[in-house]
Design a protein around this ligand. Structure first.
Ligand code: RBF
Length: 163
């Protein structure tokens, strides 16, 4: 049996980071952690394109348009939804998740989900703090894992280990 190994080295891959401005006191932290994770994995500055959108509801369309350019190996989606007194939270959260899933399925471009859905500001800040538990960092690491393992899947000389 062969098990393909993802790589932590993402040199040469190109990424779009779609980030919602709504709740930007949180999303700037997600964005920074995602970009740091990419550059830490060897991705060149010029190979990262940040696409700001007004709110999480708009992420899916921008992610799809980015994917359709053919210029990106993966799209990292970042946003922050904080539950309020309105039912909009559930609608927007559901539309965002489904929209990103459909965009990835329609384009075949890997997309990762770094959209926080929290009950409070405190909870949101906890998930956007320093370190590896930052959800922007996690979404970038997931994108790196996905593009590297998919590259190896596509090439018959894939590096794998016999297990
Ligand atoms: N966008 C977010 O990214 N996070 C939110 O918590 C959020 N809350 C919203 C609450 C309401 C009642 C509305 C109408 C919009 C909210 N949005 C939020 C913005 C939404 O994603 C979108 O940008 C706007 O509805 C414009 O299409």
């Amino acid at each position: 049996m062969i098990e393909l190994q993802p790589s932590r080295d993402a040199r040469g891959f190109r990424f779009a980071v779609v980030v919602a401005r709504f709740n930007d006191f949180v999303t700037v932290r997600l964005r920074k952690a995602a970009v740091d994770a990419l550059t830490g994995a060897g991705v060149l500055d010029d190979d990262i394109t940040v696409v700001p959108v007004p709110g999480s509801f708009e992420i899916a369309l921008a992610a799809r348009k980015a994917a359709e350019t053919g210029r990106f190996d993966a799209v990292i989606c970042l946003g922050c939804l904080i539950r309020g007194a309105t039912p909009h939270f559930e609608y927007i959260a559901s539309a965002t998740a489904h929209g990103i899933t459909s965009a990835s399925a329609a384009t075949g471009v890997p997309m990762t989900f770094g959209v926080l859905t929290t009950n409070s500001v405190e909870e949101a800040l906890e998930r956007a703090g320093a370190g590896a538990s930052n959800k922007g960092h996690e979404a970038a690491v997931a994108a790196i894992e996905l593009v590297t393992v998919l590259r190896r899947l596509a090439h018959p000389e894939s590096k794998g280990v016999r297990v």
